[in-house]
Design a protein around this ligand. Sequence first.
Ligand code: PMP
Length: 425
Amino acid sequence: MASISPVLKQATPVVVDHARGSWIHGTDGVAYLDFTTGIGVTSTGHCHPKIVEAAREQVGSIIHAQYTTVMHKPLLELTEKLGDVLPGGLDSVFYANSGSEAVEAAVRLSRMATGRPNIIVFQGGFHGRTVAAASLTTAGTRFSAGFSPLMAGVHMSAFPYAYRYGWDEETTVDFALQELDYLLKTRTAPEDTAAFLIEPALGDGGYLPTPPRFLEGLRERANRHGIKLIFDEVQTGVGRTGKFWGHQHSAATPDILITAKGIASGFPISAIAASAETMSKAWPGSQGGTYGGNAVAAAAGVATLAVIEEEGLVDNARVRGDQLQQGLKEIQSRFPVLGDVRGLGLMQGIEFTDPNGSPDTATAAAVQQETTKQGLLTLTCGPAGNVVRLIPALIVSEDEIATGLQRFEAALSAVCDRAQSQTGN
Ligand code: PMP
């Protein structure tokens, strides 16, 4: 008898029966408020009627129209719709299936377009699990250990993580930019550097917004040295942060943008966008794939973009995100173990620290487990696993955020009470 790989450990014991909107109904009969959205994927909520309808209709017309054999209408439509939301000048799109695949396509393109070998990534970045994507990932050695050699030509620079350094944001940004300049002087010359690759907010690396001035500093250096600036918007894109793209909290724009996850409400599709001039530098044969730009996923993508616009979901993410962050900050004032509450829109992280300021992984893990018992699904992240992350659907309501906050606090109280009774304090 076959079984699922034991390495695929589940963050919760829930087996899904069905799901609607912000709610997952388990086979145990419990309705769980879902603040995980399949790691930031089900942007329009579970089984939004318009997404379901678009996918059903497409399944009846054609399911798989391989895009280097025949073209299909949903992909043309999705490309046109993306054109309305992509940053100016990024008017050429290549499609794949997963975030990792798109990251690798972006890296290939940057090397081909510049004729240079090296990629600079930033500490704590997560870019995927395929070998090249894992080589670019520095959010924890668990993603890249045990299968070396990794892809060559990757260099890591500091990320402005003010809370970890214990500095203010301005000082930390200055430091991280100086470290980058130092790297360009000491290890990878600009003439050898194809791209900077960065998330507008660290995702798996700890739910840390990238300070706007840092992104702008990268843009300035990229311009000065002819380096491509790649924004990995796999987790931050499609309204998640309260702007359509996470980088729009800054004045910086990318040369190559990577999107996936929320773009099709749960169907697997990813894309990279660049200027037609940059895209034309991709070598023949370097872009393709059996399943890339699947017709049902593309139809779901078209419907997702329409729902986001019709229902004002980018604004909703901003307003409900502010409500969530404010509520978390109030809870923080009662629970000192919540060292840092931070995030943009509906991408909020709570970093757990002990009284010495060190990561408190055990409490974060216990709270994440306890939230399930309180009927709220959450995840952890960060190199030390000491950040609980909340990723509600963009359709989340005011009441649902309030319920989520109550359940989160109930879980926190239960864990802290247990710890207190064990130590007798
Ligand atoms: N980049 C970022 C920023 C991500 O968050 C992820 C997935 N968590 C990936 C890339 C990889 O995406 P996938 O798992 O679809 O390969």
